[in-house]
Design a protein around this ligand. Structure first.
Ligand code: FBP
Length: 345
C-alpha cells in the first residue's frame, strides 16, 4: 500500500456513519494499545520475568500460565478505559459488568495458544464486540450476527492486527519505531478454493465420519476422487492459522470428536469461533460447525465450545455437504475436491 494509513485514521474514517461508531473505535483503539504492550512482554518473555510456568487453572479447567494472567489484566485494564458495559474473558468464569450505561460488550481471549510460547510460535489476542442489550449479560447469548466488529492480533515475527469492521477485513502491522499500527492490506478476500487444510491429524481415530471422509479425500488428492493434490498445515495456534487462511486460503478444522470433553469441539464460541467467523465471512470465506453457520449459533453458557470449520468458501461448502449426507458439488469444476467423482459414489 502506498498511502500511509494508521489504525487511528482508519477508525476515524470508517466509523463515522456506523451505530455506536465512536464507541466502537474507542474499544478497538484500547485493545490495540494494550496489544502493543503485550507484544513487548511476549517478545521479552523470560527476560521480563515471564516464566511460562503454570500459575493456576481458569474457570473452564484449562491450565493458566503467568502470561495468560498478565494478558488478561492488560486487556481488562485497557477495556476499563473504553465505553464497555461488560467483558467476558476466557480467564473469568462469568461476564464482568464494567459500566452498565456503556453501549458495547466485549468477549475476549486475551492470549490464545499460550502453550506455544515456550517454542517461540505465534500466539494472539481474539476479540468480539457487540452492542449491549437491555439485559447486559444476555447480550453474550445472542447469535454471532449481533457482533458489530471483531478481530485478532498475532504476536509473531510481526505484530499483526486483523480487523473486521463495517463489512470489511483489513490488516495492520505494528510499526515498532512509532508504536502505531499501519494498514498493509485493505478489503482482504479469501481465495475461494485453495487446496490446503489444517487439522490436528493425531485425533483422526476420534473423528466422526464426515470429517474423516473429507480429510481422507484431501489426502487421496488426484489419486482419489479429488481434482487437486492437497497441502497440509497445522500450527496449533488459531490466530496463526486464521491469518494464513486470509493470506492464502484453505480450510481449518477443529471438529467435535469422540474424546471426553471434545463432544462440542475444543474452541469457544464467544471469543474464538464467533469473531473468527465474522472475519471469515466479511473476507468472503465461510465458517460452520459442519451443520450450522457459526454466526447463527448462540451460546448457552459463557465458555461454550463449538466445532469450527472455516476458511475458503468452496472448501467449507464441501465439508458441510458431507455433513448433510448429500453429494458435494460434483459437477462444479470450481470445486477441486469433488470435480471428477464424489465421495459417496
Ligand atoms: P487455548 O484456548 O487453551 O489457548 O487453546 C486454543 C488452541 O491453542 C488454539 O489456538 C489451537 O487451534 C488449538 O488450541 C490447538 O489444539 P490442539 O491441542 O489440538 O493442538
Amino acid at each position: 500500500m502506498d498511502e500511509r494509513v494508521t489504525l487511528r485514521s482508519h477508525l476515524d474514517r470508517s466509523v463515522q456513519d456506523t451505530p455506536n461508531g465512536p464507541a466502537v473505535a474507542a474499544v478497538i483503539e484500547a485493545l490495540a494499545t494494550a496489544s502493543i504492550g503485550l507484544a513487548d512482554l511476549i517478545a521479552d518473555g523470560p527476560l521480563a520475568g515471564i516464566t511460562g510456568r503454570h500459575s493456576g487453572i481458569n474457570p473452564d479447567g484449562d491450565l493458566q500460565k503467568d502470561i495468560d494472567v498478565a494478558a488478561d489484566e492488560m486487556m481488562r485494564h485497557a477495556l476499563g478505559t473504553a465505553p464497555v458495559a461488560a467483558v467476558l474473558s476466557e480467564e473469568a468464569e462469568l461476564p464482568e459488568v464494567f459500566d452498565a450505561a456503556a453501549p458495547l460488550c466485549v468477549a475476549i481471549d486475551p492470549l490464545d495458544g499460550s502453550a506455544n510460547l515456550e517454542n517461540n510460535i505465534s500466539v494472539g489476542t481474539i476479540f468480539s464486540i457487540r452492542p449491549s442489550g437491555h439485559d447486559i449479560v444476555s447480550t453474550f447469548f445472542e447469535p454471532g450476527t449481533a457482533q458489530c466488529a471483531a478481530g485478532f492480533v498475532v504476536y509473531g515475527p510481526q505484530t499483526t492486527l486483523v480487523l473486521a469492521l463495517n463489512g470489511s477485513v483489513d490488516i495492520f502491522i505494528l510499526d515498532r519505531r512509532v508504536r502505531e499500527f499501519l494498514m498493509t492490506a485493505r478489503g482482504v478476500r479469501i481465495a475461494p478454493d485453495t487446496p490446503e487444510f489444517a487439522i490436528n491429524a493425531s485425533n483422526r481415530r476420534h473423528w466422526h465420519g464426515p470429517v474423516r471422509a473429507y480429510i481422507d479425500e484431501c489426502l487421496a488428492g488426484t489419486n482419489g476422487n479429488g481434482g487437486a493434490d492437497f497441502n497440509m498445515r497445522w500450527i496449533g495456534s488459531l490466530v496463526a492459522e486464521s491469518l494464513r487462511i486470509l493470506v492464502r486460503g484453505g480450510v481449518f478444522l477443529y471438529p467435535a470428536d469422540a474424546r471426553p470433553g471434545y463432544r462440542e469441539g475444543r474452541l469457544r464460541l464467544l471469543y474464538e469461533a464467533h469473531p473468527m467467523a465474522l472475519v471469515m465471512e466479511w473476507a468472503g470465506g465461510s465458517a460452520t460447525t459442519g451443520r450450522r453457520r457459526i454466526l447463527e449459533m448462540s451460546a448457552r453458557t459463557p465458555h461454550q465450545r463449538v466445532p469450527l470449520i472455516m476458511g475458503s468458501a468452496y472448501g467449507v461448502r464441501d465439508v458441510a455437504a458431507i455433513h448433510e449426507g448429500i453429494e458435494p458439488m460434483f459437477d462444479n469444476s470450481d470445486a477441486p475436491l469433488f470435480a471428477r467423482r464424489g465421495l459417496f459414489r
